[in-house]
Design a protein around this ligand. Structure first.
Ligand SMILES: Cc1cc2nc3c(=O)[nH]c(=O)nc-3n(C[C@H](O)[C@H](O)[C@H](O)COP(=O)(O)OP(=O)(O)OC[C@H]3O[C@@H](n4cnc5c(N)ncnc54)[C@H](O)[C@@H]3O)c2cc1C
Length: 379
C-alpha cells in the first residue's frame, strides 16, 4: 500500500509526487495516457516555477520571450519590451510534462502510464482505486486529473467553471525576429482572447472564452487561423484541437476525508490570462505538503490545504476575475486604457512572468478602467 496515490501526471500530479518523494514518502502516480503525451496548451510558463524544484529546466525550454505584442482585432498593435523581469519560458507540453514526471521518479516516486482510474472508494482508512491495470491501495489520494478528470465529482467536490478553448499548433521554421515575441489579441473573440507563443520549431496559437461558458466553439478555429495568417506563417502543417479550461470563479473546498484535488481539476486557471501551469504546480506543492502533514498526524492538514489555495491563490484570481469583468464590459476602451498604454502592457507582462500579483495592481487597474468607461462605447 502506498502513502499516496496521485491520479494524473500533468504538472500538478508530477509536482505533488516530486515533493512527496523528496520527503521519503511512498507515492504512485497513474495516468491513462502513454508518456510522453501531448496536452493542448500554449506552453507559456512563468520562470518563477523554478523556485519550487531543485532541477534545471534548460532541457525543456524551447524558447524564451521578453517582448509582447498586443493587438485589438489583429490591428492597432503595440509592442513592449518586458523590463526588469526574467524572460518567459516557452515549452512543448509533451516534453515538459515528461521531464517533470522523470524528476519525480528520479526521487523515488513510482509511475504507471496507460493506467486509467475508473472508480475510487475509501474503505476504513484505505483508498481502493480501480484501474485498467487492477486495484491499487493508498492511504491518501490526490486527484490531479485535469479539466476532464472525474475525481472531483467522485469525491462530491463542486465542479469548476468550464469555458471553451482551443489550440492551433503550427510546425514551421520561425524567423529569428519572431522568436522573442509573444502575441495577445483582444476583440476577435467575444468575451475571450487569443495568444500565440513561438517555439524554436513552430508556433502555438490558443484561444479561450474566459467570460463565456457557452462561447461559440466554431469561431475559435476561424479566428485562430486568421491570427496565424496575420503573422504570414506557412500553414501547411497544422494541428487544431478544442480543449476546455477550468477557470477560477469562487472559493470551494478542495478536500474530503483523506483526499484532495489539485491543478486544473480544482479550477485554478487564471480567468484573465489563461495561465494554468504555474497554478497547477503551486497546488501540487501545497497538496504534497498537506499529505505529508496528514501522514504525520495533523488532522487539519487537508482542510488547511483548501484554505491555503483559496487564500493564497484564489483571492488573487478573484481580483483577476473582477478586472476581467470590467475589461470585457467595454473591451475596446479597456484595450486602449488597460493594455495599449506602455505601463499597462508592462504590468500584464510582469503578471505573466510571475513577478507581480493581481492583489498588487487590481485596485489601480479597476480604478483606471472604471474612470474611462463611457456607456455604449467599445461594444
Ligand atoms: C487552449 C489552452 C491553452 C493553454 N495555454 C496555457 C499557457 O500558455 N500557459 C499556461 O500556464 N497554461 C495554459 N493552459 C492551461 C494548462 O494547459 C492547464 O491548466 C494545465 O495543463 C493543468 O495541469 P494539470 O496537471 O492540472 O492537468 P493536465 O495537464 O491536464 O494533466 C491531467 C492528467 O490526468 C490524466 N487523467 C485524466 N483522467 C484520468 C484517469 N481517469 N485516470 C488516469 N489519468 C487520468 C490525463 O491523462 C492527464 O495526463 C492552456 C489550456 C488550454 C486549454
Amino acid at each position: 500500500m502506498y502513502d499516496c496515490l496521485v491520479i494524473g501526471a500533468g504538472p500538478a500530479g508530477s509536482t505533488a509526487a516530486y515533493h512527496l518523494a523528496k520527503q521519503g514518502k511512498s507515492v504512485l502516480v497513474v495516468d491513462q495516457a502513454t508518456f510522453p503525451r501531448s496536452k493542448p496548451c500554449g506552453g507559456g510558463v512563468s520562470p518563477a516555477i523554478a523556485n519550487w524544484f531543485d532541477c534545471d529546466f534548460t532541457p525543456v525550454i524551447k524558447n524564451t520571450v521578453s517582448r509582447v505584442q498586443y493587438t485589438w482585432k489583429l490591428g492597432d498593435s503595440v509592442t513592449i519590451d518586458l523590463v526588469d523581469v526574467p524572460p518567459m519560458w516557452m515549452v512543448r507540453r509533451d516534453q515538459f510534462d515528461n521531464f517533470l514526471i522523470e524528476q519525480a521518479t528520479a526521487l523515488g516516486a513510482e509511475f504507471k502510464p496507460n493506467t486509467e482510474v475508473s472508480a475510487i472508494k475509501l474503505e476504513g482508512q484505505t483508498w481502493k482505486v480501480q484501474t485498467s491495470q487492477g486495484e491499487l491501495e493508498a492511504s491518501y489520494l490526490i486527484g490531479a486529473d485535469g479539466v476532464k478528470g472525474k475525481t472531483a465529482s467522485w469525491l462530491g467536490i463542486k465542479a469548476a467553471k468550464q469555458v471553451p478553448a482551443a489550440t492551433l499548433e503550427i510546425s514551421t521554421d520561425v524567423a529569428e525576429n519572431l522568436q522573442n515575441l509573444a502575441y495577445f489579441d483582444f476583440g476577435s473573440l467575444k468575451n475571450g482572447f487569443m495568444w500565440a507563443f513561438p517555439k524554436s520549431d513552430g508556433f502555438s496559437f490558443s484561444g479561450a472564452y474566459v467570460r463565456d461558458a457557452k462561447g461559440k466553439v466554431a469561431d475559435l478555429k476561424k479566428q485562430l487561423t486568421k491570427f496565424a495568417q496575420s503573422l504570414n506563417l506557412d500553414l501547411s502543417k497544422i494541428d487544431y484541437q478544442e480543449y476546455p479550461m477550468n477557470i477560477w470563479d469562487e472559493d470551494r473546498a478542495l478536500h474530503t476525508e483523506k483526499a484532495l484535488i489539485a491543478g486544473e481539476a480544482s479550477g485554478i486557471v487564471d480567468p484573465l490570462i489563461g495561465e494554468g501551469i504555474r497554478p497547477a504546480i503551486f497546488t501540487g506543492v501545497k497538496a504534497a505538503e498537506a499529505v505529508n502533514q496528514a501522514l504525520a498526524g495533523n488532522n487539519a492538514a487537508l482542510s488547511n490545504y483548501s484554505e491555503t489555495i483559496n487564500k493564497e491563490w484564489g483571492s488573487d484570481l478573484s481580483k483577476a476575475n473582477n478586472v476581467a469583468g470590467m475589461f470585457y464590459k467595454f473591451p475596446k476602451i479597456a484595450y486602449k486604457i488597460g493594455v495599449k498604454r506602455p505601463t499597462a502592457g508592462q504590468t500584464i507582462g510582469k503578471i505573466l512572468c510571475g513577478e507581480l500579483r493581481y492583489s498588487d495592481v487590481a485596485e489601480k487597474i479597476n480604478k483606471k478602467l472604471k474612470g474611462s468607461f463611457i456607456p455604449g462605447f467599445g461594444k
